[in-house]
Design a protein around this ligand. Structure first.
Ligand code: BES
Ligand code: MG
Ligand code: ZN
Length: 486
């Protein structure tokens, strides 16, 4: 709800900024960043003296504040110089924003902590925005929301900082949508945000309502949404910035609240099911960045969106639904609804776009939390090359993935006795893989596809300088942008 929205870049030195808070850095080897060196020599060596006194260790997460004339000069720890990479740069930039918040600032200045290596500049822009993110807007009393809005970078004016800044803002949009409760982040709200992004980025937007998608044969989404009066939506965004090339398609689960349906969830922590639309926010976050950065490529985003509630019209265990590709689905648990709405989205993508590949993002299974905790996203797919590309991007953005096997033995477990597939696997076994095995039935045979189960990583992760407490993370936006080479 709050984050830095303004960034000024300047290639000149620290003494040209009028900001009173200026952040520079020190490595564990006790060497200073370029601007810190300049400050040191024009301040009778305040930094060197502190280092010589043994107070400064340069570890990531540490900071030392010096008051000199009317300036507040801060040295933050950059860790060991030989380990300094994009992931560290992002974390330390997040630390700088957190520090400015602690000091009650509206704005501050920071040296671009790339030490002349421009390949870190993007991470620095990202870290500054992500570190400044807070979601406190619903508190009407004792408002502690920060005022931090603006940062001035000194010592470097690489365009990559701006790019990182735009990407950071896109992740914050994904976080905001995830953090808003189910009564605010509704399917209609997702469609509205898609409209704003489409207008900004010159994209085509199509939104099918209940009547339309039902008539079109999307029996999965129609079935799950039967139990709610909140209008469901099937949202399609098309960005065609490339030549005659196949589009890449991103699909995201937009389940804005998951009560489990007739197979109802237990009450404890049911509130956390407001995060069940975080697959859709990966898509919206990526499209937000695309609108700003306008890459030359073709990308389609598809979001099936509804609530999963209980009531006289709700779908039931035992029901059989027909998905958009004509396959029949036996419902054995109405709480396994994500895969059911995704069946239509994957079928639609496969039928209409001749995609280069499809990626889908979904908070699909509690089982992925048992397997990988809040640490890594479970990935499964049909194409080793694409999976390897995903793993590579994961390393460079610091968003961890772990591949689970999608072997034929697992795929057999979603065969139904009376329909084509059933929406559960073998009881108590390999639940995350069963989810992927089900989805695979709706992806065209020749289309490379990777499924991301983000139920553990989309929220609930251990807080650090770029991930606040009790917040959606926006997991995946940066990874996808890296994969798309935007
Ligand atoms: N939205 C849940 C998965 C989930 C669980 C997300 C915990 C975030 C945290 C999904 O719709 C679901 O309920 N899945 C069931 C599937 C089962 C009934 C086969 C599950 O994981 O229990
Ligand atoms: Mg569910
Ligand atoms: Zn769900």
């Amino acid at each position: 709800m709050n984050h830095i929205t303004n960034i000024n870049l300047s290639n000149s030195d620290w003494n040209t900024t009028s900001e009173d808070l200026i952040v520079t850095g020190v490595y564990e080897e006790k060497t200073l960043s370029p601007q810190a060196k300049l400050i040191d020599s024009s301040t009778k060596h305040i930094f060197t003296k502190a280092i010589e006194s043994g107070d400064v260790n340069g570890k990531v997460g540490t900071s030392h504040t010096f008051y000199y004339d009317s300036k507040i000069l801060v040295l933050i720890g950059l860790g060991s110089k030989k380990n300094y990479d994009g992931n560290v740069a992002r974390i330390v930039s997040g630390n700088a924003s957190r520090l400015a918040i602690t000091k009650g600032k509206n704005s501050f200045a920071m040296e671009c902590l790339c030490s002349g290596n421009v390949k870190h500049c993007q991470s620095i822009g990202e870290g500054l925005v992500l570190g400044s993110y807070e979601f406190l807007g619903y508190k009407t009393k004792n408002q502690k929301s920060s005022k931090l809005k603006s940062v001035t970078i000194v010592g470097c004016d690489s365009d990559l900082i701006k790019k990182g800044f735009e990407i950071g803002k896109s992740v914050c949009l994904a976080r905001d949508l995830g953090n808003h409760p189910g009564n605010i982040s509704t399917p209609s709200k997702l469609a509205e945000v898609a409209k704003e992004i489409a207008t900004e980025g010159g994209m085509k937007l199509t939104v099918f309502d209940r009547k339309e998608f039902t008539e079109m044969g999307m029996g999965g989404l129609a079935g799950v949404s039967q139990g709610t009066d909140e209008p469901p939506k099937f949202i399609i965004m098309e960005y065609m910035g490339g030549e005659q090339e196949k589009p890449k398609v991103l699909v995201g689960k937009g389940l804005t609240f998951d009560a489990g349906g007739i197979s109802i969830k237990s009450a404890g922590k049911m509130d956390e099911m407001k995060y069940d639309m975080c697959g859709s926010t990966v898509v919206l976050g990526v499209f937000k960045a695309i609108a700003a950065l306008k890459p030359k490529m073709n990308i389609v985003g598809i979001i099936p969106s509804t609530e999963n509630l209980l009531g006289g019209k709700a779908y039931k265990p035992g029901d059989i639904l027909k998905a958009y590709n004509g396959k029949t689905i036996e419902i054995l648990n109405t709480d396994a609804e994500g895969r059911v709405i995704l069946s239509d989205a994957l079928s639609y993508a496969s039928k209409h776009y001749d995609p280069e590949y499809i990626l889908d993002f979904a908070t699909l299974t509690g089982a992925v939390l048992a397997a990988l905790g809040h640490i890594a996203t479970g990935i499964m797919g049909t194409d080793d090359n694409l999976i390897n590309e995903v793993k590579k991007s994961s390393k460079s953005t610091g968003e961890k993935v772990w591949e689970l096997p999608l072997w034929p033995e697992f795929c057999k477990q979603v065969e139904s006795n009376i329909a084509d597939v059933k929406n559960t696997g073998a009881a108590g076994q390999a639940g995350t893989i069963a989810g992927a095995a089900f989805l695979k039935e709706f992806v065209g045979n020749e289309i490379p596809w990777v499924h991301f189960d983000i139920a553990g990583t989309a929220w609930g992760v251990k807080p650090d300088s770029i991930n606040p407490k009790n917040s959606a993370t926006g997991w995946g936006v940066r990874l996808v942008l890296d994969l798309l080479e935007i």
